[in-house]
Design a binder for this molecule. Structure first.
Ligand code: HGY
Ligand code: MN
Ligand code: MN
Length: 409
C-alpha cells in the first residue's frame, strides 16, 4: 500500500509542537488532568480526529475516543493511543507522541480511502501521570473497567475531588464506572523509551517485553513544631530530620537489589519557617521492580525502617498507599506483531523492559496489549529537554502503521 507515511510523519512532528501550546503554565508544558489546558487539548484532538474522517467524543472520564470504521461497521477494533496529560514542566513527547501518532495512522488510510477488516479506535487518555490527584491511570482504568471504588474521591492540593473536577470539565463521574471500552481486539501504544538503552544500542525502535510494576505512597511524619533557638537538639521531635533519615533508608534499600528503583519526588515541610523546628513533613514514595514480589517486599522493608526511625525520634509516621500497578508482561501476539513490523522494515526486533509505567499495563486487563518504544535523546524524559529526531519519528510511525495494517483481530 503506497501510503504517504513521510508526509504524515512530518505533520506529526509539527503537530507535537502545536499541541505543546496547550499548557497550564505559559513557557513550559504542564497539562494536568481535567485542567483548562487539558480540556482545550481534548477539544483540539477531537477536532483533528473529525477532520481525519473519524467520529470522535470525549468520554465520562475525559478520554478522547475516536473511531475509524473497518470495511463493515461495528467490526472489532484495534485501539491505539497514549496519554495527553503531562507531568509538570514536561517534554513534548511523553504520551502525546503516542496519541498523535495513532491519529496519523488513521490519516494515512483515510486520505487513500483505505478500510481494514478491523476498525481503528484512537484514544487520547487522561491522568496517566497521576500528578494532580493522588490517583494515576484514571483514564485507562476506566477504559479497562478497573476503576477503584474510591477513584472519584481522590483530591488535588486544593481539596477538589476527581468527581468535582470531572463535573467542571464536562465529564460525568456517575458514568465513570460504565466507561469500559467494548469491542476492542487489542491495545497498542507507541511511546518514547524515557531511558538510554535504545540510544546506547544505536537503535531507533524497540519492542517492549514487560512493564515494571509500581507502588506509590504518601508518607506523613508528625513531630512537634518548636522554637529553633530554644529547644536543645536531644529534646526535639523534628519531622524533617526524621523524614530525611527515612528518605536515605529508602535509597539504601533500593540500592540493595538489582532492577529495584525507589524515588522520593515530592517533599513538603510545615510550617516552613526558617526559625521553626518543623512539626510536619510529607513526602511521596515511588517504588518499582520487574518482579511484584520484590517490589512488595521492598515496600514492607521501607515501612519497617520508617517505623523504627519514627520510634527512635519520637515522631509518628503514616504510609498511605495511593497507587499500585502490577508488572505487566506484554501479550506475545502483540510483541510478535511489532517484531514482524520491524523485521519487515529491515530493522532488528530488539526487546527491552519498561522502567516507566504506561497505560498499556492497565489496558492489558481489557485486551491483549503491547508497546513500541522509540529512542529519545540521552534517554531524557519528564524534562523539557526530551526529544526525538524527525527520522526516528518517521520510523516509529511507519512501524506503528505497518502493525495496524497487518493486525489480525
Ligand atoms: O511514572 C511513570 O512511570 C509514568 O511516566 N507515568
Ligand atoms: Mn510520564
Ligand atoms: Mn508516559
Amino acid at each position: 500500500m503506497d501510503l504517504d507515511t513521510a508526509g504524515a510523519a512530518s505533520r506529526l512532528m509539527t503537530r507535537l509542537d502545536d499541541f505543546s501550546a496547550f499548557t497550564d503554565e505559559p513557557g513550559k508544558l504542564t497539562r494536568l488532568y481535567l485542567s483548562p489546558s487539558y480540556r482545550a487539548a481534548c477539544d483540539q484532538f477531537a477536532k483533528w480526529a473529525v477532520e481525519a474522517g473519524m467520529s470522535a467524543r470525549i468520554d465520562a472520564v475525559g478520554n478522547v475516543r475516536a473511531r475509524y470504521e473497518g470495511k463493515s461497521a461495528g467490526a472489532p477494533a484495534l485501539m491505539i493511543g497514549s496519554h495527553i496529560d503531562t507531568v509538570r514542566d514536561a517534554g513534548r513527547f511523553d504520551g502525546n507522541l503516542g496519541a498523535l501518532a495513532a491519529l496519523a495512522v488513521v490519516e494515512q488510510l483515510a486520505e487513500k480511502g483505505i478500510r481494514l477488516d478491523h476498525a481503528l479506535e484512537v484514544v487520547a487518555i487522561g491522568d496517566e501521570e497521576g500528578v494532580r490527584f493522588s490517583t494515576a491511570m484514571t483514564g485507562s482504568r476506566a477504559l479497562a473497567g478497573g476503576l477503584s471504588a474510591t477513584a472519584m474521591e481522590a483530591k488535588d492540593k486544593q481539596g477538589v475531588t476527581v468527581g468535582e473536577a470531572l463535573k467542571a470539565f464536562g465529564g460525568d463521574p456517575e458514568r465513570a464506572y460504565s466507561a469500559r471500552a467494548r469491542g476492542v481486539a487489542a491495545f497498542v501504544e507507541l511511546h518514547i523509551e524515557q531511558g538510554p538503552v535504545l540510544e546506547a544500542k544505536g537503535l531507533a525502535l524497540g519492542v517492549v517485553g514487560a512493564i515494571n510494576g509500581a507502588t506509590r505512597m504518601l508518607v506523613t511524619v508528625t513531630g512537634l513544631a518548636g522554637h529553633a533557638g530554644c529547644v536543645p537538639m536531644d529534646l526535639r521531635r523534628d519531622a524533617v530530620a526524621a523524614a530525611a533519615e527515612m528518605i536515605l533508608a529508602v535509597e539504601a534499600r533500593a540500592k540493595a537489589e538489582p532492577d529495584l528503583v525507589a524515588t522520593v519526588g515530592r517533599l513538603e515541610v510545615e510550617p516552613g519557617a526558617v526559625n521553626v523546628i518543623p512539626g510536619l513533613a510529607r513526602f511521596s514514595l515511588d517504588v518499582r521492580s520487574p518482579r511484584d514480589e520484590w517490589r512488595r517486599r521492598a515496600v514492607s522493608d521501607i515501612h519497617a525502617a520508617a517505623t523504627q526511625i519514627a520510634a527512635r525520634r519520637h515522631v509518628e509516621t503514616v504510609m498511605q498507599p495511593v497507587h499500585e500497578a502490577p508488572a505487566y508482561v506484554c501479550d506475545a501476539r502483540i510483541v510478535a506483531g511489532f517484531d514482524r513490523a520491524l523485521t519487515g522494515m529491515g530493522l532488528p526486533a530488539f526487546h527491552l523492559p519498561s522502567g516507566a509505567g504506561h497505560d498499556t499495563m492497565v489496558m492489558g486487563a481489557l485486551a491483549p496489549a503491547g508497546m513500541l518504544f522509540v529512542r529519545c535523546a540521552g534517554g531524557v524524559s519528564h524534562n523539557p529537554a526530551e526529544s526525538i529526531t524527525g527520522e526516528d519519528g518517521a520510523l516509529a510511525l511507519a512501524a506503528l502503521t505497518r502493525f495496524a495494517l497487518e493486525f489480525k483481530g
